[in-house]
Every structure is written in C-alpha cells, then in structure tokens.
Design a protein around this ligand. Structure first.
Ligand code: PEP
Ligand code: MG
Length: 546
C-alpha cells in the first residue's frame, strides 16, 4: 500500500512499520482501563513528591488533585463497566469523564467548577496511555515511527534506538517534530494520509521522504531488494570551521540541537559549536515546570560534549506548538501554573523558581563550555533585565563567570525595534521560523509554513534591519531559524551581512559546502534586488541554484 504526505525532512529509509498510536478508538480490556487510571494516578503522585522535595508545595498540591481524580472510583468504574459492555475504551473513558466534568462545571463554587478541566486532563492521559499500550511493541531493529502527531520528544527519545524514519498525520515543515527530524537527519513526512494509522504494524516499509510517500508490504520488499536504501548515513568526521566563502569572508556554522545525538552529529560534521540548544523539547508532555534535578540530567549529556566550544543555551520556550499540558489554555485551571501566568516567556519569568532553577542548571552543567544564554520570544527590555538580574545573581552564587546574554529576534515588533534592544544585549539570534510565520500569518503547524518563505521581501527587510542594528551596536547577529539551511534563503542571509549561521545538525556539512561556493558581493547584490521584489516567488526566481 502507499500513503502520501508532505516531505518535511528529506531522505529515504527502510525499516519495520511501528505504529505507536492509532489515535482512534482503543481496544482495551476492562482491566487494562482500570490499570491505566491507576498508572496515571501513580505518575501524578510521583511527580507531586518530586515537586515537594524541590520545595514546590503549591504545585505539588495541584498535581495531587489530578492523582486523586484518577483514583476516584466514580470516574474509573463507569468507564470500566462501559468497556465490559462492549464500548471501545476511548469512548468509554471520554463519556465517563465528560459526565463528571459536566457535573463539576454546573457547581456554583468556582474552585470546584474549575476541577472539570483536571478531569479532562486525566481522561486525556488515560486515553493516551491506552492508545500507546494497545500498539504493537517497538521493533528490535530499524523502524519507521508512525503517529497521529509525532512529537519532537518522541524523536529525540528514539533517535538512538533504531528510529530511521517518521510519519506524522498532523503538522507540517515548520512543526518542531519536523525541525528535530531535520536535525537528526531522519527522513520524515507530515500531514500524512490518516489511513496509515490503520496499516498493519510490523511489516517492512520504505519511506521516501523526498517524494513524500510511505510504501508498505510486498511492494516495499521489492523496492528494497531492487535498490539498497540509504538509512541515516552520517559521513566521515569533518574538520571544524570556521568556513570561508569563495571570496574569503569568514562565516561560522553552528548547529541547532535538542539532544546529545544531534550534538554528536553536528560536531562530527565540523560545526564550531551549538548556536541553539532547544531546552524545552523533552518537556512537551510535562505536567509541571521541570525541577532543577531534571534539568541537570537533561543538560549534562549534551553540554559535556561541548567543552571549550561555543554553546548557546536557550531558556525554556513553551510557546507555539511547544506548550506542555500544564500551560495549555494559558489560564488552564487544571494546570500547575497559577491562572494569570499564561504560557511562553511570561510564564517562565512569573514562576517562583523556574527561571532561577534553569539558569542554575545551565551554569552548573555548562561550566566547561564557552557559554551564552539566549532568551526566546523577547518582546520588551523589561524581560531582558529580569533575566540579566537572575543570571547575575545565580552566577555570583555559584562563583561561575557570567555568560553572554542574547535574545531571539523572532517577533515582528522586536525585529522592527531592534535598535532599542541592541544596547541591552550581547548578541542577537534571528528566529526566522517564528518571524516568518508571524509576518505571513502562518501557524507553526500550518502545512503551508516552510523555511524557504523567509525569502519573502517583508521578512528580509526585518532581517536587514536587525543585522544593521547589530552592526551599529557592535554585537554579533546570527540566524538560527531553519531558513539558514535553505538553499533559497542562505545566499540572501549572507548578502544581508549575517556571518554566523546555526543550522539543523544533520545539515551542517551541506551548508558548509554551499558557503564555500558563495561570493559575498554577488549575495549582497542579490539581497538588494530581493528587498525590492514584490512577492516571495519573485525572490525565489532570483536566487541562483546552489
Ligand atoms: C525560530 O523561531 O526560528 C527558532 C529558531 O525557534 P523555534 O523554531 O524553536 O521556535
Ligand atoms: Mg521560535
């Protein structure tokens, strides 16, 4: 059989089909449903204990409520009974919890009424657990992961466990799962035909993520036999940069990572360091802000690879398609966040311990690196000074040197006011993924969103402005959005004077090779012409193939 999807991370891979969730009705026994409620409760109680140990009693109390809800027989029993009577498990859990949620919502007491969303969160967790446990076990050898929505955390978790390709029914090229797939060099298609979720797991398949097709069954076997298929070739280790353009201008190529696997890959390809460490990726399903201990153990394996190398660690960016359950719906009463926190940077800055904990974990585990801290989604100078204050205090308390502090320029208004920010920070890093989406009105999950759209004249004008503001203030300006590795955008960035690029780890080698062929004078002339173009199509036509 053949299933089509949007190519979002190129390459061809062969492996066993691993359908990690069906996303539809789940076939589970009454006992399995009962066990799933118990497991969700246990998970919440364990987290609450970790939070208490970290002195975060208020959040622990909120998480415990979720645990108590999951152990409440008036919720689990009707679901178990309905499954016994023949209802599929997902429907049974949903109906039982909706009945409870509706009762709570009808109560006059606001606090009790707010518990309705805790009930729904528990239901979601139970269904998710059942749909995963109902799936066939993970194959022992190379496999192609199929999920209704592949999460970036799935990819980094499975990167060194046999994952050779991924198929997601949801999302597009700017979703974070696609970004991580490109970093790992794992072929991936998104927006795939939902019929793939019902394909027989365990069969051989070929994922052609160049043409956007997954082929299963006998046809896949024939294809594999006919032509050996490339799976995750890493190439020979390359000497580290910096690189020079054809006319001798120095350009530094760094890599974007969220895992040790990507870091190893980027360094082996000669990246001069890490220009963007996305720290939030492992916490996509988190129920509370990660503790200091969790952050230390997530960061240490990555930062230990980077002794002496440029290492830019971005603060937790729970925004866009990376908002974990505890921050979803901003004022989500079921979340562990006080209702007025919202998500994103505001939430990080408002929480009692989140920022200090993260900075401490970063400073401790990054001691041996040439460290810089990057603030995501900055919209005001107040945000910068708040982070600088906590950073200064934390470094003083630990006796470490003060790392450079820079901001992501990825909001339209921030880019337009770059001069105002330049004096307050040590560097700019332009996030073309969000910047392009915002300028063109495209959501991160929108299948139409893609890195090449950063060539739009309106986006280029903002990049030009940020680059100029950086030049005037004498601070470095890099681009860490995925457009830096796009052949239709890279020459334009060079033409606008960008001299540091941070690209998906698996693309480092290719970007370095492209740069060696570019002439900065020709790129500057190209950028000037592009800035006065009317549409992105016009710009794409101007860019010579590289
Ligand atoms: C960006 O927005 O360009 C960026 C690098 O950040 P992220 O993709 O993680 O949002
Ligand atoms: Mg961003």
């Amino acid at each position: 059989m053949r299933f089509r999807g949007l190519p979002v991370s190129e390459g061809i891979a062969t492996g066993i089909l691993y359908i990690a969730d069906t996303g539809a009705a789940v076939s589970a026994t009454p006992d399995e449903v009962k066990d799933a409620f118990a497991a969700v409760a246990a998970e919440r109680f364990a987290l609450a204990q970790r939070l208490r140990d970290a002195g975060r009693d208020q959040e622990a109390g909120i998480i415990e409520i979720g645990g108590l809800i999951a152990t409440d027989p008036s919720l689990a029993n009707p679901a178990v009974a309905a499954v016994r009577d023949g209802t599929d498990a997902a429907t049974a859990v949903r109906q039982a919890t909706e009945a409870q949620a509706a009762i709570l919502e009808g109560l006059a007491n606001r606090e009790l009424a707010d518990r309705a969303s805790d009930v729904r969160q528990v239901a979601h967790a139970v269904i998710d657990r059942l749909s995963r446990s109902g799936a066939a076990p993970r194959p022992a050898g190379d496999f192609i992961l199929v999920r209704r929505e592949v999460s970036p955390a799935d990819l980094i978790e499975l990167a060194e466990a046999g994952l050779v390709g991924a198929v997601s029914v949801a999302g597009g090229a700017s979703s974070h799962a696609a970004i991580i797939a490109r970093g790992l060099g794992v072929p991936m298609i998104a927006g795939a035909d939902p019929g793939v979720l019902a394909a027989a797991a365990g069969q051989l398949c070929v994922l052609d993520a160049d043409s956007g097709e997954l082929v299963t069954g006998p046809e896949a076997a024939q294809r594999t036999a006919a032509a050996p298929v490339a799976t995750g070739q890493h190439g020979q280790p390359q000497p580290a940069g910096p690189d020079r353009t054809a006319d001798g201008h120095e350009i530094t190529v760094l890599c974007n990572v969220a895992s040790a696997a990507e870091t190893r890959r980027g360094l082996a390809a000669g990246a001069s360091g890490v220009g963007l460490l996305r720290t939030e990726i492992p916490y996509a399903e988190a129920l509370a802000w990660p503790t200091l201990a969790e952050q230390r153990s997530q960061l240490a394996p990555i930062l230990s690879l980077l002794a002496g190398a440029a290492t830019t660690v971005r603060l937790l960016d729970f925004s866009g398609d990376k908002i974990p359950p505890f921050l979803r719906g901003a004022a989500a009463p079921g979340g562990a966040a006080p209702p007025d926190e919202g998500a994103g940077l505001a939430a990080l800055l408002t929480h009692r311990t989140a920022l200090a904990d993260q900075l401490r974990a970063v400073l401790e585990t990054g001691r041996d690196t040439d460290l810089a801290v990057l603030i995501p989604m900055v919209s005001s100078l107040g945000e910068v000074s708040r982070v600088r204050d906590v950073l200064t205090q934390t470094a003083a308390a630990l006796g470490t040197s003060l790392p450079r502090l820079g901001i992501m320029v990825e909001l339209q208004a921030t880019a337009a006011a770059a001069e105002a920010f330049a004096g307050a920070v040590d560097f700019f890093s332009i996030g073309t993924n969000d910047l392009t989406g915002q300028v063109l009105g495209l959501d991160r999950r929108d299948p139409a969103a893609k890195p090449a759209l950063a060539a739009h004249p309106k986006v280029l004008a903002l990049i030009a402005r940020v680059a100029e503001a950086g030049r005037q203030a004498g601070i470095p300006v890099s681009v860490c959005g995925d457009s830096a590795a796009d052949p239709l955008v890279l020459p334009l960035l060079v033409g606008l004077g960008v001299t540091t690029l941070s690209v998906p780890a698996a693309r480092v080698q290719r970007v370095r090779a492209w740069l060696r062929d570019l002439d900065t004078g020709a790129c500057a002339a190209l950028a000037t012409e592009a800035l006065s173009a009317g549409t992105v199509d016009e710009v794409w036509k101007l860019v010579p193939p590289i």
